[in-house]
Design a protein around this ligand. Structure first.
Ligand SMILES: *[C@@H]1O[C@H](CO)[C@@H](O)[C@H](O)[C@H]1NC(C)=O
Ligand SMILES: *[C@@H]1O[C@H](CO)[C@@H](O)[C@H](O)[C@H]1NC(C)=O
Ligand SMILES: *[C@@H]1O[C@H](CO)[C@@H](O)[C@H](O)[C@H]1NC(C)=O
Ligand SMILES: *[C@@H]1O[C@H](CO)[C@@H](O)[C@H](O)[C@H]1NC(C)=O
Ligand SMILES: *[C@@H]1O[C@H](CO)[C@@H](O)[C@H](O)[C@H]1NC(C)=O
Ligand SMILES: *[C@@H]1O[C@H](CO)[C@@H](O)[C@H](O)[C@H]1NC(C)=O
Ligand SMILES: *[C@@H]1O[C@H](CO)[C@@H](O)[C@H](O)[C@H]1NC(C)=O
Ligand SMILES: *[C@@H]1O[C@H](CO)[C@@H](O)[C@H](O)[C@H]1NC(C)=O
Length: 569
């Protein structure tokens, strides 16, 4: 009891000190973030035993968390179970603990071989290339089980061409990577081990046992009194009274601990306060070493190069190649060539882009990866004027207008658990609600990208969010069938140990499988950012480089301005 009292006296004194001594600091966003985060660290250290302790046991309690959200209908529950089943990943056989690095997958000892085509040892455009990957451990012994996370790519630097491979786990230490052969000439195979199966097992444990490894806080303020408390999608109720910020329309749950002195309606902002520390054991840490077992290339046993010859005969695409079906497109001369229904058009000049977007309002909702599209359009269109809305550059909302062509661009970030910067609480909006506020129609373009901030969370949190967005998209397309809706998938990013533990590509890939399933069959374009980044020669980056962004925006434009039989305006 007395400890608690002292703790709050200390926090309040700290806050008062900051308010009185540094009156100007709160205007500086970054400073504010550091202060909030420092306070939270103090508070967190004081509460360490109880907060992290209870969080660790409680936060895995699915019944507990769903209890705080809207209950699922039977249909929703079935869908959730089906989606979660669709992301099952081969498990490391139990009994292989205690973990010894020497027995885990080592890309340096692993190798791949090109499977020679049976007929005449030649490859032709239209064929499929297969490589067999043999995973070995640090002592060079073949692995006997699957579950490693590999990425593969076939590329020709000479033509700036590349395509992502489809990787198949044979669950015995062998993997096949398959590529459609889509261009002529010399081409090289590249295989990389993103994580060993043992590392994936650690990531799985983190997602299951510590799904809430990111801490969120809100600052509450009235007059000279400020308090900062912890917030999340679900919080243990025995730690004190809660403020319930659950969205009334969508039912998206969000809670903060109620400040001691202030009311719930004095919440001022929302920020990420930090990550749970020390979440892996020393031997687990060894599985996440840059240059050793994170995103390290696997070499070819003999050669990684093949020569692809001109197509034998124009076989009218008789057999449908499953690899080609799973391939959404490829690069040639750094231009993305989609293999799906939407044909890529050229938008090489600002005039072509303006012509396509003329008389349109573009709404971009989500994380920074769709803000990149906004920034790209503002940069390349000379007549686009950005308004100064006096909002943070990262969080927005942002708006730009081209008066001449009657184009409006809008960017707005998605709601909690958005974690890139401090955001005013009144600017927190859910995409589903924003979509419900749109009239829509053929002059409305909607682009949605929501993935990066969900990677530390359990699948259920993402499914719930996507379900609300999908319902709103369906409503939008029903009232305004001509509305253009594009959903961007996630993409691989640069990984080191720390980033892996919170935001590994493995998490992203799992979310991605569910995203694709949930928007399948809707009249929306799924923009395959995953393959667009895997296929490209530039290093992986959560914010893909401009050359890739350009191709993504060109896909968006190609879809928005495709030929379509216009029914009614
Ligand atoms: C605070 O800001 C005001 C106006 O911007 C300025 O005049 C004043 O010197 C600042 N105070 C400090 C302590 O920096
Ligand atoms: C931590 O929580 C337990 C019960 O969960 C309680 O008995 C204990 O007093 C708490 N400790 C502190 C320091 O608040
Ligand atoms: C989960 O939470 C519910 C509701 O608080 C509780 O009844 C149940 O015992 C918990 N389950 C576990 C495994 O902790
Ligand atoms: C791990 O394997 C190496 C090589 O086989 C061995 O020297 C070492 O003792 C093993 N460590 C443990 C903890 O089993
Ligand atoms: C929070 O509010 C929502 C919506 O009003 C409600 O359904 C939910 O039960 C509330 N949560 C708690 C813990 O009271
Ligand atoms: C980290 O966790 C381990 C147990 O997993 C513990 O022994 C160690 O003291 C912790 N280190 C810190 C700095 O908290
Ligand atoms: C790798 O190449 C060597 C020598 O060419 C050969 O003996 C060996 O069988 C090859 N390994 C695999 C897994 O294909
Ligand atoms: C990720 O998590 C680790 C360990 O929990 C933490 O130390 C680190 O700061 C986090 N960093 C990022 C960039 O995600």
């Amino acid at each position: 009891m007395s400890l608690n009292v002292w703790k709050y006296i200390l926090i309040i004194l700290t806050l008062f000190g900051l308010i009185f001594l540094l009156p100007n600091i709160t205007t500086e966003e970054t400073w504010k973030y550091h202060i909030v985060s420092a306070i939270f660290k103090v508070q967190n250290r004081l509460q360490a035993t109880n907060l992290s302790g209870t969080l660790q046991t409680f936060r895995n309690n699915h019944t507990f968390c769903s209890h705080l959200g809207k209950p699922l209908s039977h249909k929703e529950e079935l869908e959730e179970r089906k989606l979660l089943n669709s992301i099952t990943w081969p498990q490391v056989p139990s009994g292989s603990e205690p973990l010894n690095l020497s027995q885990t997958s080592d890309p340096a000892h692993s190798l791949f071989t090109i499977v020679l085509s049976k007929k005449d040892q030649r490859w032709y455009v239209g064929d499929q290339l297969e490589v067999l990957v043999h995973l070995h451990d640090f002592q060079g012994r073949p692995k006997r089980y699957g579950g490693d996370f590999l990425l593969a790519r076939l590329h020709s630097p000479k033509y700036k061409a590349g395509v992502a491979g489809q990787v198949l786990d044979h669950k015995n230490g062998l993997y096949s990577a398959r590529f459609p052969l889509l261009w002529e000439g010399s081409a090289q195979v590249e295989v990389m081990m993103v994580h060993s199966s043992e590392a994936v097992a650690v990531l799985r444990r983190l997602r299951e046992k510590l799904p809430h490894r990111v801490f969120f806080v809100s600052l509450f303020r009235r007059g000279l009194i400020s308090e900062t408390t912890a917030c999340d999608t679900c919080l243990p109720q025995d730690q004190g009274p809660l403020c319930n910020y659950t969205d009334l329309r969508s039912g998206e749950p969000w809670y903060c601990y109620k400040p001691k002195k202030l009311d719930c309606d004095t919440r001022l902002d929302h920020a990420r306060a930090g990550y749970l520390k020390n979440i892996t054991t020393n031997s687990e840490s060894l599985l996440f070493q840059s240059g050793v077992n994170i995103k390290v290339p696997i070499h070819a046993n003999t050669t990684n190069t093949i020569t692809v010859l001109q197509s034998r005969k124009e076989n009218g695409g008789k057999k449908t190649d499953p690899v080609k079906l799973a391939t959404s497109g490829y690069y040639y001369q750094d231009s993305w060539r989609p293999l799906g229904d939407v044909a890529m058009r050229k938008f090489d000049t600002p005039a072509a882009i303006s012509q396509c977007l003329a008389d349109k309002v573009v709404y971009m909702y989500g994380d920074s990866t769709v803000r990149q599209w906004y920034e790209y359009l503002v940069t390349v269109l000379p007549e686009m004027k950005e308004f100064n809305l006096h909002t943070p550059k990262k969080a927005g909302p942002l708006m730009a207008v081209d008066d001449n062509h009657n184009i409006v661009l809008n960017y707005r970030c998605h709601g909690p658990p958005i974690m890139y910067t401090t955001i005013m609480a009144n600017e927190l909006r859910y995409i589903a609600n924003e979509l419900d506020g749109l009239t829509g129609g053929p002059n409305t373009v909607v682009a949605i990208s929501i993935w990066a901030h969900f990677s530390p969370f359990p699948g259920e949190v993402y499914i719930r969010r996507l379900r609300h967005i999908r319902t709103a998209v369906v409503r939008l397309l029903e009232r305004a069938p001509g509305t253009v809706v594009v959903v961007r998938t996630g993409n691989p990013r640069a990984l080191d140990r720390d980033v892996s533990l919170n935001h590994s590509d493995w998490f992203t890939l799992q979310l991605d499988i569910m995203l694709r399933a949930m928007f399948k069959g809707l009249n929306v374009m799924l923009l395959d950012a995953w393959q667009m980044c895997v296929a490209h020669h530039k290093p992986h980056d959560v914010h893909p480089p401009k050359v890739i962004v350009k191709n993504m925006v060109n896909m968006l434009l190609s879809y928005a301005c495709r030929e379509r039989t216009r029914k009614t305006a």
